[in-house]
Design a protein around this ligand. Structure first.
Ligand code: NAI
Ligand code: SOE
Length: 394
């Protein structure tokens, strides 16, 4: 069976998730399209790279991503580093003829994302952006129902992504609060996952009207190289650094097919952990999903008998999307790891079969256009047409 050698750049939180997926993919989806070989892991310091390679099962380690990108033995470059590094690594990898999967958000903004899209198109390599939540079987089931016309023409989409890991002002100044590294705040970090749902399930977004807020303007500076998100609280005596991104945004949206909706995200919602949800209303029914109960899709069909009409729960399992590879009976439990395993399976299939991966850098670019539009709208206090935003990207 064909083997594809992976060079993974970054050995943090997402490094772990992607490494798990490389190990697990053939165990779930057999015969696998190709066997992922964890060839080389790169991180910024030798001790980080060596430790992560050992922990995550990579054969080699390096501190030089350029050398790995240009290594003729490497087939795939996997970018799991902070957002400000995605473009430089992806463009070099495309020039070296490597297939690329990049974590989200694709870039710091639409202009940078466009340079990445142009590079992969020119090189003719396969490219994917890691919006893995759409790989949750219940989300893929919602897509199937929509495509089958089970809820009819879509009228509206309401999407949220609410977390609380940074609601405490003493949680550290992660790179996620620094514009030069993250690009934006809750918008790029978690809001883009909801935008991906909206585009995947409903269609292209054409107009936005948004507000953004920064609630906590400074946070304790972290010591040590490894990002701790909200997990380590600091005392009052720790030096503070400025937050220059949004903590929260809410936007109205219009879709090109006439549907309307709203999208919101915050990391300051006490009690909400990974409250990634959507509710979709169509002319013939409604669908509701909440990632915190990710084995379930809530459905209501207008033609259900009137004495039994109302939301009911469909549990995902062997009969629902990706069920053939997952667990043998419904509701055994889908986890974050399985979404990454499915993402890897789909990406490897695209490479081996020569098809377009999805979501890919074009989707990543469009999502950056929408994110830029949201920031512009919040600043101007008015509706923004995304065609104009896209047209202004050189
Ligand atoms: P992290 O901070 O935990 O890990 C990043 C790693 O990259 C660190 O080990 C760091 O030392 C390393 N690194 C930084 N610059 C580097 C360079 N130039 N060369 C080599 N290594 C470098 O960050 P995390 O949480 O893993 O995030 C990485 C990316 O994944 C981000 O773009 C983030 O938005 C995305 N992400 C996506 C998630 C999803 O659900 N799809 C979940 C969490 C993060
Ligand atoms: C932090 O908000 C984070 O790790 C995001 O970066 C991820 O994209 C999300 O999936 C989980 O939360």
């Amino acid at each position: 069976m064909k083997k594809l050698n992976v060079g993974m750049i970054g050995g943090g939180f997402m490094g772990k998730a992607h490494a798990l997926a490389y190990a697990g993919m053939p165990m779930f989806f057999w015969p696998a399209p190709a066997i992922p070989h964890r060839h080389t892991l790169v991180d910024v310091k030798e001790e980080l790279a060596k430790d992560a390679a050992l922990k995550l099962g990579f054969e080699n380690y390096s501190t030089d991503w350029r050398a790995v990108v240009n290594d003729p033995d490497i087939d795939i470059i996997d970018i799991v580093t902070p957002n400000n590094t995605h473009a430089e690594i992806a463009i070099a990898a495309a020039k070296a003829g490597k297939h690329i999967i990049s974590e989200k958000p694709l870039a710091l903004g639409a202009a940078e994302a466009k340079t990445m899209l142009d590079a992969v198109k020119a090189a003719g390599v396969k490219h994917a952006v890691a919006f893995n939540y759409r790989r949750t079987p219940a989300v893929a089931l919602a897509k199937k129902y929509i495509e089958e016309g089970r809820i009819g023409k879509i009228l509206s989409f309401r999407g949220t992504y609410l977390q609380d890991w940074s609601a405490d002002p003493n949680s550290p100044l992660s790179w996620r609060f620094q514009k030069k590294i993250a690009g934006s705040g809750a918008l790029g970090d978690i809001g883009t996952h909801v935008v991906d749902f909206a585009r995947y399930l409903v269609g292209e977004i054409t107009d936005v009207n948004a507000v953004t807020k920064t609630w906590i303007h400074e946070r304790p500076v972290q010591t040590g190289g490894v990002d701790k998100l909200g997990t380590v609280k600091s005392g009052a005596d720790v030096p503070k650094g400025a937050v220059d991104v949004d903590d929260e945004f809410i936007t109205l949206v219009k879709f090109d097919n006439g549907a309307i909706g709203s999208i919101e995200a915050t990391r300051n919602a006490w009690g909400r952990n990974n409250f990634l949800t959507f509710e979709i209303h169509g002319e013939k029914g409604s669908l509701y999903f909440n990632y915190e109960r990710r084995d379930e899709l809530q459905v209501c069909f207008a033609d259900d008998p009137s004495d039994a009409k109302g939301f009911r729960t469909v549990y995902t399992g062997p009969a629902t999307p990706y069920g053939e590879g997952l667990w043998p009976i419904p509701a055994l439990g889908i986890g974050y790891g399985e979404t990454k395993i499915i993402e890897t399976y789909d990406f490897f299939k695209a490479i081996v079969e020569g098809t377009e991966a999805s979501p890919n850098f074009n989707d990543g670019y469009r999502i950056e256009v929408i994110a830029d539009g949201i920031l512009e709208s919040a600043e101007k206090g008015e509706w923004v047409s995304l065609e104009k935003t896209a047209a202004s990207v050189k």
